[in-house]
Structures are given as C-alpha cells and as structure tokens.
Ligand binder design. Structure first.
Ligand SMILES: [Zn+2]
Length: 278
C-alpha cells in the first residue's frame, strides 16, 4: 500500500487581511498598510526548501496583483498556486454574482503570472455555509477542481459536513471537497492542524493524530499564514476574540510547522486529492 501523503497549505495574505473587522475590510485602505508579506513568506519558503516539501499556496488575488514577483518565486519553486479569492471577502457575505466576479478576478490575477490553470480554492475564514452551496457551481464553472473550505464543526460550519475528502456534484460536473481536518472530541469535531488550533494544541498530539490518520489511509490538511511567522508585525486594534484568534501564541507557529514538515510526508493539495481518489 502507498503511504498516505498530507496536504501542506498556506493562505497567502498579509497581516491586515482580517475578515469582519471594519478597520481593515475596505480594500481602498489597504495601500496605506505596510507590506510585510514578502518577508514573512520567505520564512515559509525557506522551511519548505529545507525539508523538500512542495505545498499549495491559496493566493489572495489582491496579493497576486500587487506582488507578482513573489507569486513568480513561489511558482518557480514548484509549489501549487490556488486561489483564496480576490478581496478576502467571506462567501456568505457575497451574492452569487459578487462571488463569481471575485473568483474570476482572482484566477485571472494568478494565472496571468503563472500561465497555469488554477485548480483549488479556499474561502476566506472557511466561509462556505449550506445556504451558499451555490459557490460550488460557481467554482466548478471557473475550472476549479477542488475546494478546501468546509469546516465540519458547529462553531464555524456544520457538524454534518463530511470529515473526509469527498466528491460533490455541481451543475458543471464534480468538484472535490477536502474539508478541514478535525478530531472527534466530546461529540464535536475539533480542528487542530493549523492556525489558532495548531498554536494551542500540544505538538505531539498533532503529530501522532495525523500519523494515526495516515496509517488508516486518511490524509490531513495542515494550514498556515505568512503573518503567523511574523512576530514583529504591527498589532491591529481588534476586538478581543479576534485579537486572540490572530495573535495568541504566534511565536510557536514556526517551531510546530517545522516539526511537522520534518516528520510527515506532504504534497500540494492537487496531488493529495488525485492520490486519494485513485
Ligand atoms: Zn484568509
């Protein structure tokens, strides 16, 4: 039996791309923020190089449009470039037409630089909800082959969402859903493999949980953001819950991610999806 490989993913956005906060939700103000993404992404690229891992970068179209050299560098190192939307807007806050325009613009911005098709999507803040499942039709129509936006958890998504990669039917053909990896805990599905959950969860718990999934043939998705590698970033004036989500324990991200890169097999999500269904 082939060993199970996990998806290593990066949501490529800058330190001020925070959903639901008035102060940073207007793209017209974004040019006034210091651009820190090249420096913070360099830390991730260097770790990936050190451990020979190829990853998937879910790129914000706005970043592609403003940092084409960075996008070229990431693609040049053999990583997959997928989309995180253009303006970092939650899917459930957009109409179908607005989402269609945002996705189209992001794919255009990325593929103009890479000259390659964009196959994957991750919604800002995992924001596809059952009421917005029209998003899968829109994505598939734009040529997207897999989505990684569903959280099978009451708090952010729905506990009944699939916990393993699954093929969904759309009006334009099948699309693969690779949901956020979760563990069963007290009748709830709890995330642990990226972002704040990874910063909170004990490292050896995360490692052994993924290893035990892999032994059963189940791939995990690990995710991070460049700003989680930037302990010197300016602090936004966020509401308390957002401040916790964004900044808590940020200093441990690099060490935990490095440990996982060193000990687990990873590949870009498009390859993990292909292997899972072959
Ligand atoms: Zn994001």
């Amino acid at each position: 039996m082939r060993p199970t490989i996990n998806a290593f993913t990066v949501d490529l956005e800058d330190w001020y791309h925070v959903c639901g906060v008035d102060a940073c939700s207007d793209p017209a103000t974004w040019a006034s923020y210091e651009r820190r993404i090249t420096g913070s992404t360099a830390k991730i690229l260097s770790l990936l190089r050190r451990y020979g891992v190829k990853a998937t970068f879910f790129v914000l179209g706005y970043i592609a449009a403003n940092e084409p050299a960075l996008i070229k560098e990431i693609a040049g190192e053999g990583h997959e470039l997928a989309t995180h939307g253009f303006f970092h807007r939650r899917v459930y806050e957009m109409s179908e037409m607005e989402f269609d325009a945002d996705i189209g613009r992001s794919i255009e911005a990325i593929s103009t630089i890479t000259k390659a098709p964009v196959l994957g999507f991750r919604a800002p803040e995992w924001s596809i909800r059952r009421a917005n499942f029209w998003a899968f039709d829109v994505l598939r129509r734009h040529g997207i082959e897999y989505d990684s936006s569903l959280v099978p958890m009451s708090f952010m998504g729905c506990r009944d969402y699939p916990r393993l990669p699954v093929k969904l039917q759309t009006r334009y053909g099948e699309i693969v859903e690779f949901p956020l990896t979760t563990a069963r805990l007290f009748h709830e599905n709890v995330p642990f493999s990226g972002g704040l959950p990874l910063r909170i969860a004990p490292y050896f718990y995360v490692l052994s949980k993924i290893q035990s999934m892999n032994r059963r043939g189940i791939p995990a998705v690990v995710y991070t953001h460049p700003w989680e590698f930037d302990t010197a970033q300016p602090k936004l004036n966020l509401p308390l819950s957002r401040r916790f989500m964004h900044y808590f324990n940020i200093g441990v991200t690099g060490r935990k991610v490095e440990g996982l890169l060193k000990r687990l097999p990873f590949a870009p999500m498009k390859d993990v999806v292909t292997a899972y269904f072959s």
